[in-house]
Ligand binder design. Sequence first.
Ligand code: CAO
Length: 567
Amino acid sequence: MTKHTIIVPDIGGSDAAEVVEVLVAVGDEVAEDQGLVVLESDKASMEIPSDVSGTVVELLVAEGDALAEGATLAIVETTAADQLGQDTASAEVVPDSTVEATGSGVGDAPEVTEVPLTESANTGSAELVVAVPDIGTDEAVDLIELEIELGQTVTEGDTLVVLESDKASMDVPAPQAGVIREIFVSAGQQVKEGDSLVRLEVPTRAVSKPSDDKDAALSTVAQEIAADPASAQVGSSEPTPFHIEPKNQTAIPVNPPQQSSDDGAEDGSESYAGPAVRKLAREFGVPLAAVRGTGPRGRVLKEDLHRYVQDVMESGSSRGSGPVLPEFPSIDFSQFGPVDVVDRSRLDKLTATNMQRSWLSVPHVTQFDDADISDLENFRKSLKGEADRRGTKLTPLPFLLKAAAVALKSNPKINSSLSDGGDTLTFKNYVHIGMAVDTPAGLVVPVIRDVDQKSVWDIAAEVLELAEKARDRKLRPAEMQGAGFTLSSLGAIGGRGFTPIVNTPEVAILGIGRADIRPVWDGDAFAPRKLLPLALSYDHRVVNGGDAGRFLTELCGILGDMRRAIL
Ligand code: CAO
């Protein structure tokens, strides 16, 4: 049996083409020239056939992927009988010694998947294909930087590519030292978990025998899933941080033209369009049947959908109810003086989209209070020596996290989320708190899990570790998932107060300002007290003023006397 890697052929000068349909599944028998996937570039749709007949044993792409020429599509296994008369020259032959293994994690970097592994007895070297590791989502993410070139020698841990989702940037490191023999991707394209990145030639001794490693690899995967079930819960109702297309995005008030009843396809089920276009149409709320397809055989293309939405937007609100937001005029600022125009990172743009979505769809209320942290500050400073000995740093933040966890336990609504389109409320029996971190790449929110069960020292160590990982772009997707509440501290940077935007699907967020000594009337005289300004923004669909007031009062009480945290 021989395995053939099917790759994307010349796609007519386009940089990338989108997979709009996958025509086969793993296990399918395919004939030579049988279509495997349909690609759609900006110029054309094309069906990519199998070079050989055999069994599909691996599918390396999914609908919505953007592929460049040379990208790996699938692996087809042929028998000797299959091969008779077949021209194998166009397919890349991979011997049968394949294994799917979870690579050795490099420091805190994501664990890298290596597929198929081949060994060459003649050269004393082996080749492995490094694939996109577990990124915590089925969605595609951007490949923003290619850090290697063909023929380059890399050492274990060297960054191969940098991926960027809506929540973070992530380096994919080389799982072993070796030489880059093939690059399957280019900067600017989108990739998903399992997509091949590079083919790496490594010394044979660095490669363990597939048969020995298979069980170990499987058990590593099993352990990972056991250790972090959240990361395995793809498809759970909570959007993951890597969910790039916002699920509950602010509805564009599209009011499509009336359907003619004779087409019998109001839901678009009889329209000719690929799944990616259908998905986009669903997200826009556009009935496909209303869109005129300009692709081959009337196929509805993405551009047709965009044109339709644009037409509806331009025709204004006259066709239906619901406001249409007026567009901002585009201004040429250079008319007023010299300017520099720079591209925004995808993370910045997606953060902007998420902020706007939350701002427009969540009725926000922000409630303010000051916590008297004079005693807490004395206590914290008295622990400085111990913090140094422990090699950690004790800022007010770990105390705030601990106090918030205690207050969340007794005010569970603040740690809930709307579910079933608003019909139900999901209370979380865990206390995971997100912590906004300001990084050069943008705003990221790593999550500290089970804060209620951790000591302030443990929390302090985790704050340091996660903030450092965030700044070094080493956070794993699982470390940014599952928060029920968020803390955003600008105390060290400045500003007395601000009104944070709720990080949906959470229902509340605490903004922390700079603590200052201020005069406080104690009944007889003004006394100097250290006050910490707090601002609790909440989703008024779920949290009422009373809920928020009780939470803030309890929080301030705990911060005023941390002994309350153990009551
Ligand atoms: N008031 C006064 N001083 C404060 C303070 C506050 N509320 N919070 C922290 N400080 C002090 C700390 O005590 C520390 O001083 P010392 O070394 O003398 O103790 C100093 O400020 C620096 O603190 P830090 O920033 O190193 O640590 P932190 O635990 O306060 O914060 C982190 C960690 C990761 C949250 C922070 O570095 C960060 O990124 N903050 C920005 C978050 C953000 O961008 N939020 C806005 C999101 S919406 O755009």
